[in-house]
Design a protein around this ligand. Structure first.
Ligand code: SF4
Ligand code: FES
Length: 363
């Protein structure tokens, strides 16, 4: 891309150059960290996504170099493209912080607080959003919505009460399967994901709706109530699959594979394969290949330290080199009788999940 096509944009006082046509959200993700607004409906791998949930609202305090007037209202950063010289406030704007708290309150009006029994707990974007931006109380005094149960095929469970109507699963079915049989029916308070006449979703790629769902509305029936994600050890693995990329994350406990998911990036979206295509996985890999022997294990999946899943998730020695032992060299060949492990005393390791109980070595 030539220099002329680059726009300068400043978000939370950090300036970067991005190609024309980039959205504010994508520009903020390039900066990374807290500067990137949360996104519950936008999904970069799905065309047309975004503009539904309003969690990504930001304040545009300067429209552009040519027209520096601020935008009168907060705008959805996932749907607003940058202009040259634009200045945006995300976490530096009180208006944004206030609006985001209201959006969380709105999303939780009908969302049940059933995290203790929900399979998405620990990796739920709404849980994270509430933790980071929500209020401690609610003003909602009415009964939450309830729905008739719908069966979405033999492997996918729909809990409509948890759905935030982000449309991601609808776009996924549209763009991956070419045979969408579910959608959002009705409007307003009655709007719901439904298959209308309870048709089964049996396309080979339909399992990906589970991965894109930001909440626990669509969950994997083969994993339901079997374990908690923070007790499992995520491992990158692959197999030679004739249908999909075969690049997955296995969620193991001991040798047992509890579930298989696509690999996700730092924004919770499907990671690209080395050839730059989204790494969607097929139903066979996801639901039917749960024997560790079927997979080539690559190593532990790196998990963000902010995630509860990282608790107790020691990444082992993959990619690390053990330093040479120096005792022998400096003690003229004599080795100590006892090595005390200083990690037993370290506060740091209480939070890192490193278990040092058995690490006192007799030499
Ligand atoms: S079921 Fe999940 S992915 Fe589908 S619209 Fe509801 S929240 Fe979004
Ligand atoms: S992520 Fe932008 S409106 Fe939902």
């Amino acid at each position: 891309m030539s220099e002329q096509n680059l726009f300068k944009v400043t978000i939370d006082n950090i300036t970067i150059d991005v190609p024309a046509g980039t959205t504010i959200l994508q520009a903020a993700r390039k900066i990374g960290g807290q500067v990137a607004p949360p996104a519950m409906c936008y999904y970069s791998k799905l065309q047309g996504s975004g503009g539904k949930c309003r969690t990504c609202l930001v304040e545009v305090s300067k429209g552009s170099e040519k027209d520096p007037r601020p935008m009168p209202k907060l705008v959805a950063s996932c749907r607003t493209t940058v202009m040259d010289g634009m200045e945006v406030k995300n976490i530096t704007s009180e208006k944004v912080i206030d609006a985001r708290a209201s959006i969380v309150e709105f999303l939780l009006i009908n969302h049940p607080l059933d995290c203790p029994i929900c399979d998405q707990a620990g990796e739920c974007h709404l849980q994270d959003l509430s933790f980071d931006h929500g209020k401690s109380g609610t003003r909602f005094e009415f009964q939450k919505r309830t729905f008739k149960k719908h069966d979405l095929g033999q492997n996918i469970q729909l809990h409509m009460t948890r759905c935030i109507l982000c449309y991601r699963c609808v776009f996924t079915a549209d763009q991956l399967t070419q045979k969408r049989v579910h959608g959002i029916l009705d409007r307003g308070d009655h709007a719901e994901i439904a298959t209308h006449i309870e048709k089964s979703l049996d396309n080979e790629f339909i399992g990906n709706v589970i991965d894109v769902c930001p909440v626990g509305a669509l969950t994997d029936k083969t994993f339901r109530f079997k374990n908690r994600v923070w007790f499992l050890k995520p491992m990158d693995a692959h197999r030679d699959c004739p249908t999909c990329s075969g690049r997955v994350t296995l969620w193991n406990r001991g040798d047992v594979v509890y579930r298989v998911t696509a690999r996700k990036d730092e924004w919770g979206e499907i990671e690209d394969t080395p050839d730059g295509k989204p790494g969607w996985i097929c139903n066979t890999c996801r639901f039917e290949t749960k024997n560790a022997k079927d997979w080539v294990i690559e190593g532990p999946r790196a998990i963000s330290r902010q995630s509860v899943i990282s608790q107790g998730h020691y990444q082992g020695t993959v990619g690390m080199t053990k330093p040479n032992e120096t005792f022998g060299a400096i003690n003229e060949g004599r080795t100590p009788h006892l090595l005390m492990d200083i990690h037993d005393e370290s506060e740091v390791n209480k939070h890192s999940g490193y278990n040092s109980k058995n690490n006192i070595e007799n030499a």
